[in-house]
Design a protein around this ligand. Structure first.
Ligand code: AVJ
Length: 329
C-alpha cells in the first residue's frame, strides 16, 4: 500500500517527530504508538493526576522511600570519603520527588548544582523556580533534551556525579533499549560516579492491573489522549469513543501493556499524513509497555551496563525498588 514513491511524496507533517512516529506506528503490524506521544500538555496534566490516584501506588511509594531514607541514600552516594555531589536527573519533569533528595544533599554539603533534563520545557522552568525558592543552596540548570536518544555531556563541576533515573521511567523501554540507555549514561560519567535507579517491582497481577485501569478512568483518558493529539496535530478523524482502553499483564515479558482496542471495524483518516488506517473490530494499537523488575534483573541490567549495585531500598510491601549503583572502571 505504501510504495516508495508515495513515501517520498509524504506531506511535511510526516517528517516531524510526531508525524513520523504516528506514520510508522499506524502502518506497522501490530499497530503501535510510542508512549512519549502521551505527553502533550493535556497528557502531562493527566499523568500528574494518575500519580495521585489511589490505585497508582508507584509515585507515592517511591516518594515514601525517599522521605524515609534520603539522608542515608545521599550519604551512601558520597561514600567512602564523604565526596561532595552534583546531581543530574534524566526525565526530571516537575522534579517533585527529587526535592527530598536535594534537601538531603543541601543539608550535607550546603550547596549543590542540579542539572534537570527533560524533553518538555515548561515543567523544568517551573521546577527551577520552585526548587530555588524552597531549598536554599540548590542551583538548578534546566536542559531541554531527549535523553532517550543519547545523553550529551554530563558536567561534574569537580564533584562526584549522582545521576537520578527514577519513577520507573526505564520501564517504558524494551530491555535492549534500557541497556543501551544505561550504557550511554555510564559512558558519560567517571568511575566512582553514582546512579540512583527507581523501578517498579514484579508483584501480584491484580495490583498491577488496577494501577493501569483505575476506577476514575484517568488512565483511560490518558491512553485515549494520544488519539485526541493525533486529531489535533495531524488532522486525524479518530473518535476516541470507538476505542476501548485495555491494560494487560504480559507474564512472559514481565510487563503491563496498554492498548487501545477498536470496538468496531472502522477506517480512520489522518489528513496531515495523507493516510487511511483500517481497523478490524477488536484490533488494538499497542501504546505502552511498563516493565516490572525483580531485584535479580536490575542487578543484571546494571552489571551489563557497567555499574555495580551498592545499596537498595524498598518499602514495607516491597512494591518499589530504589537502587544505588557505582560506575565501574
Ligand atoms: C511514567 C512510565 C513510569 O509506566 O507507570 C502511568 C506511565 N502509564 N500510567 C508507568 C504510565 C500509565 C508510567 N511511567
Amino acid at each position: 500500500m505504501h510504495s516508495l514513491s508515495s513515501t517520498l511524496a509524504l506531506p511535511e507533517a510526516a517528517q516531524t517527530p510526531v508525524g513520523s512516529e504516528v506514520y510508522i506506528g499506524l502502518t506497522s503490524r501490530p499497530k503501535t504508538l510510542s508512549p512519549w506521544l502521551f505527553y502533550d500538555e493535556e497528557g502531562s496534566r493527566l499523568f500528574e493526576k494518575i500519580t495521585e490516584l489511589p490505585e497508582y501506588y508507584l509515585t507515592r511509594t517511591e516518594r515514601g522511600i525517599f522521605a524515609r531514607h534520603a539522608d542515608e541514600i545521599i550519604a551512601a552516594a558520597g561514600q567512602p570519603s564523604a565526596q561532595p555531589l552534583t546531581m543530574i536527573e534524566l526525565g526530571a519533569g516537575t522534579a517533585a520527588k527529587t526535592s527530598l533528595l536535594l534537601e538531603a544533599v543541601a543539608r550535607r554539603q550546603g550547596k549543590v548544582d542540579f542539572l534537570a533534563i527533560d524533553v518538555s520545557e515548561s515543567p523544568l522552568t517551573a521546577a527551577k523556580g520552585r526548587i530555588e525558592r524552597e531549598i536554599p543552596g540548590v542551583t538548578v540548570t534546566p536542559r531541554v533534551a531527549d535523553y532517550t536518544t543519547g545523553v550529551a555531556d554530563l558536567p561534574a563541576n569537580g564533584k562526584r556525579r549522582l545521576v537520578l533515573y527514577i519513577g520507573s521511567s526505564i520501564g517504558n523501554f524494551e530491555p535492549a533499549h534500557a541497556l543501551n540507555l544505561l550504557r550511554d549514561v555510564r559512558a558519560r560519567i567517571s568511575p566512582g560516579d553514582q546512579l540512583l535507579l527507581g523501578v517498579d517491582r514484579v508483584k501480584e497481577r491484580s495490583v498491577l492491573l488496577r494501577a493501569y485501569d483505575d476506577d476514575a478512568r484517568v488512565t483511560e483518558a490518558f491512553n485515549k489522549n494520544v488519539l485526541v493529539r493525533i486529531n489535533r496535530e495531524l488532522s486525524g478523524s479518530f473518535n476516541p469513543r470507538l476505542f476501548r482502553h485495555r491494560a494487560r499483564w504480559n507474564q512472559e515479558h514481565s510487563r503491563i501493556e496498554m492498548h487501545l482496542e477498536s470496538l468496531i471495524s472502522q477506517q480512520v483518516t489522518i489528513r496531515g499524513l495523507d493516510l487511511e488506517v483500517k481497523f478490524a473490530r477488536g484490533e488494538t494499537i499497542h501504546t505502552e509497555n511498563s516493565y516490572k523488575f525483580t531485584r535479580e534483573r536490575v542487578v543484571m541490567l546494571l552489571k551489563r551496563a557497567g555499574f555495580g549495585l551498592t545499596h537498595c531500598w524498598t518499602d514495607e510491601r516491597e512494591w518499589f525498588g530504589v537502587y544505588l549503583a557505582t560506575a565501574g572502571s
